[in-house]
Design a protein. Structure first.
Length: 253
């Protein structure tokens, strides 16, 4: 059964750092754990992976003691069910723009009496080698639900989204938000920074955790000082490409 160290850390008011995993490479997940990240976000939205491949990355995360979160591509019941059944400790859901969508995600993610998730005996249930009532209670308690705020429509409805009790984290996506506001790619633009302040203010009001994407450790540190607690620093491809570029430039300069 899940023992969600990330959820515990966040609920203690501590900041946690992770990174996105786009490549189907369990070794990279292990390296992220060894490097000191708290979590990885296995990206099934923009990456090529789905449940069968993601399960191996989840195992790699558990092996190295970090929390596996999966960003799902949609809120279909089958998508949420497969993602949680393979052992994800939480789901991260893009473009959640109103409370109705948030409630639908909760209903499909949680077992009775909170939701209507289908019950089986997959990896998440230790393949049936656990007490099933303890398992469903544990899953309801330990599974993280992270919803993206990456559209100006979401900002307008954020208070109502935060009133959904089972939503744990509101994750601001600066790049998508910049696009929504007509300043594509300008993630430090005043409009995006104002959105960040609004996310922090509303999540504090409703005792939610604020999350955000940061392009570097330096930016992540500043975001943590602002009050963000769930912080994703880049992704496997950008971290690798930045390091490659750095070393090549050292050679030629």
């Amino acid at each position: 059964m899940i023992q969600n160290k990330l959820k515990k850390k966040l609920n203690e008011g501590k900041a946690a750092i992770g990174t996105f995993m786009v490549c189907n490479a369990p070794d990279l997940v292990e390296i992220a754990g060894l490097a000191g990240f708290d979590f990885v976000i296995i990206d099934n939205e923009h990456g090529p992976m789905r449940a069968e491949s993601s399960q191996h990355l989840i195992r790699a995360a558990e092996l190295r003691g970090i929390t596996p979160i999966v960003r799902i591509p949609d809120i279909l019941e089958s998508t949420i069910l497969h993602t949680l059944d393979i052992g994800a400790h939480g789901i991260q859901v893009p473009q959640v723009n109103d409370a109705l969508a948030a409630k639908e995600i909760v209903e499909k993610s949680k077992y009775e009496p909170i939701g209507k998730r289908g019950l089986a005996f997959p990896k998440s249930a230790d393949y049936g080698l656990c007490d099933i009532s303890n398992y469903t209670n544990n899953a309801n308690e330990e599974t993280l639900i992270i919803t993206h705020c990456e559209n100006k429509i979401c900002l307008e409805n954020l208070e109502e989204i935060c009133k959904v009790p089972e939503v744990d984290v509101i994750f601001l996506g600066p790049y998508d938000m910049s696009q929504s506001m007509g300043v594509t790619g300008q993630v430090t633009h005043e409009l995006v920074e104002n959105a960040a302040v609004k996310v922090l203010d509303i999540t504090r009001k409703y005792n939610k955790i604020a999350g955000i994407f940061a392009g570097s450790g330096e930016v992540a540190k500043k975001r943590a000082e602002q009050g963000f607690k769930y912080i994703a620093i880049g992704m496997d491809t950008t971290l690798f490409s930045a390091k490659c570029t750095e070393e090549v430039n050292k050679f030629f300069n």
